[in-house]
Structure formats: C-alpha cells, structure tokens
Design a protein around this ligand. Sequence first.
Ligand SMILES: C[S@@+](CC[C@H](N)C(=O)[O-])C[C@H]1O[C@@H](n2cnc3c(N)ncnc32)[C@H](O)[C@@H]1O
Length: 415
Amino acid sequence: MTALLGLDLTGRRVLVAGGGPVAARRVRALVLDGADVLVVAPQVCEEIAELVGDRSIAWRTAEVAEGDLDGAWLVHTATGDRATDAAVAAWAAARRTWCINAGEASVGSARTPAVARVGEVVLGVVSAGAPDPRRSRTVRDALAEHLRSGGADLRRRRPAAPGSGRVVLVGGGPGAVDLLTLRGRRALAEADVVVTDRLGPTAVLDELPGAVEVVDVGKTPGHHAVPQHEINRILVERALRGQVVVRLKGGDPFVFGRGGEEVLACHEAGVPVEVVPGVSSVVAAPAAVGIPLTHRGTTAAYHVLNGHGGLDAAARLILAEKSATLVILMGVAVLGELVADALAHGADPATPVAIIEDGTGAHERVTRAPLDAIVDRARLAGVRSPAVIVIGDVAAPGLLGGGHPTDPADATMSL
Ligand SMILES: C[S@@+](CC[C@H](N)C(=O)[O-])C[C@H]1O[C@@H](n2cnc3c(N)ncnc32)[C@H](O)[C@@H]1O
C-alpha cells in the first residue's frame, strides 16, 4: 500500500543520483519546493547544468557512492542503470531514508505523486497498487480541472494567520456567468469576502456558500455607489484581517474599472494583490451581436473612449477619415453631444452606428442607424445603460451576412 504524505522540503538535503532528463524533471520540481538539491552524476543534461550554473543546486561529478546519502532526507535515483538504482535504493533502506527509484518505482520505498497546485491547495495522486504514472496524471488533471473551475469550496476553514490576507481583482466579464474565466471562478472559490458592484456576472454570487460575505459597493436605485477611497479601504482592511478578498468587477478590471487605484491602495498598505484579467465589454458586447471591431478589408484598428470625457482629437480624426472603429463606453447619456461633435468635425452622416445594450446578458439588444439618425432611433427604442456604442463601417448591418433592416422599424433588432 502507498500512503500519501505532504513533505516540507524547504532547505532539506535531497540527493538526486543521475543527470539525465528524468532526473532533470525531478530536480526542477525539488528546486521549486525549496529543497537543498545535490546531484551526483558523471555528466548532466543541459537543464541540470543551467541550474548548477545559477547556483540553484549542487553537482558532484562522479558515480554515486554510499557516502552521498549522508545528511539526505530523501533520495531520488534515476541513473539509467538498474543495478546502480537498486544499490542506491538498498543504501537508502539501510539508513531508513525514503527513496524514489525512477528506474523501477515498485522497488523504491517512495513514489512521486502526480501533483497539481490550485491556489493554496496541493493535490497529489499516486496508485495504491502497481505504479501507473499515466493514470495518476489523468486523474490529477481531471481533479485539478474541477478545482480550477470553482467546483469545490477552497476557502480556509482554520483562522487565517495574521498577514496571510490578500486581494484578488477579478475581471468578471460582461455579464454572462459562462464568460467568467476559470481563474476567476477559482478565486471566488477561495474567497472569504466578495466585494462587488452592479455590472458583471452578478448571478454567480448566488452560487457562493452562505458563509462567504458579499459586500455590494455598486449603485442601486436611490443609493449612490460607495466612493472609491472607501472601496479601497474595505479591500485593504479585510485583507489585513487575514481574509481572502475578491473584488469582482465587470469586464476587465483595468478597462475604465479603477482597478489600477485598487492595486495601488493594496501596494501602499503592503497587501498582496493579484489581477485576474476579464473579458471586456469593449470587445465582448459587439462580438456577441456579430460585430467585429476589426475586419479584414474594412477596418484594421479600433479606438476606445469613455463617453463622459467627450470625443478626443484622435476620435474626431478617426471619424473624419474613417480610419478606425470608434468604441464608446458610458456614452448613452451623452449620445446627442457626441454625435453633434462628430458631425461638426467632418464625420460622414451615413457612418453606421450600433448600440449594444446588456451585451451577453438577458436583455441584450442592438440598435442600429446611420450617425445622423442614431440619436432619434436610440430615443425611440429607449436605449439604456449599460451599452457599448460602435461607430464605423464594421457596425453596418449584414457585414457578416446577417439581415439588413430595410424598414426603420426593423432597425432595432437582436441578431
Ligand atoms: C465603468 S465601465 C466598466 C467597463 C468594464 N471594466 C469592461 O471592461 O467592460 C462601464 C461601462 O462598460 C460598458 N458595459 C459594461 N458591461 C456591458 C455590457 N454587458 N453590455 C454593454 N455595455 C457594457 C458600458 O458602457 C458601461 O457603462
């Protein structure tokens, strides 16, 4: 039978007999585990030589001898010669030192598990009977996939040690729960606290275990959003308490998301912070309704703006020259001003415009019209935020073969 044990190898001597690729794989893992590795072999492969070169490991250039086991907590033998491996295993057994015999795993007193790290959890798989490394790896991959996709509650159950808290900024994508990344889901599975607002895949909050605290800092009718400095304070204060804090944000945390300020606040407070990129509504909302921001032969660039800031010089030039696609976020309330500005600076009144509301969400809808008609069309349709405005030839109906609305009444349509 095989018992699985978690070993702390930090600073502990591990002897690796042999210098070939099998030994190299083990050496690489041992270095990551912090072991004090001694390789004994007449020659070593390039990978081991590099580790010797940067002083990550020691190398004795010789055939392995019994004395090499002095001070070793663990031995790994992969000399390529069965008799030598068997001799090393026998020396280790005589000294009561665990030994992995890579040449013949059933003969050694220890085996290497197939390992995966998922956040703070280390997963190891070994066979109880005869060794079967390929099966172990297959099982390991399936279990790791389950954990990485948020399939298990990975929160710590024991009180956290002071200083072990951290913040993870998770880009949740445009709204559809299945556009939240696996990495984002895994972060949620580890969270003690989730700080969220109104955009993004808020439905995922219903799936969290009851013990996970959800702090809503978004705008709700009649209530203003929590100011940014207060959000920063909440993130830092919870992490300093030792909690794992997920800041769930719509789209990507760094696209008009004030994620940069949250990272800076964590750095200033000495709190570890990680960023999980998200699928931004900039590209996702148009893509979901069949609008490519670039399209070979039509447009080869796009420019993204926050509508509240008005058109910048680059946007005016782009519109006048039709040299790129213009994408505007947070622009619904100021659509009239933006269009007037564009037309005053030489934009073609016939330039196609599409407004995508609630891209990938339950109320996804696209409203299209030429630039000089879009304000009236949007008012008639009752277009509301959140919406992405796309201006340029890629927004023309039927670019990718979809229907052409001929009747203005058909111009508001879901593709
Ligand atoms: C504060 S910005 C955040 C953008 C976000 N970080 C991102 O990468 O998508 C909010 C704006 O993003 C756009 N937006 C976000 N989600 C959207 C969605 N599902 N459909 C359309 N527009 C969306 C809207 O323009 C909204 O006003």
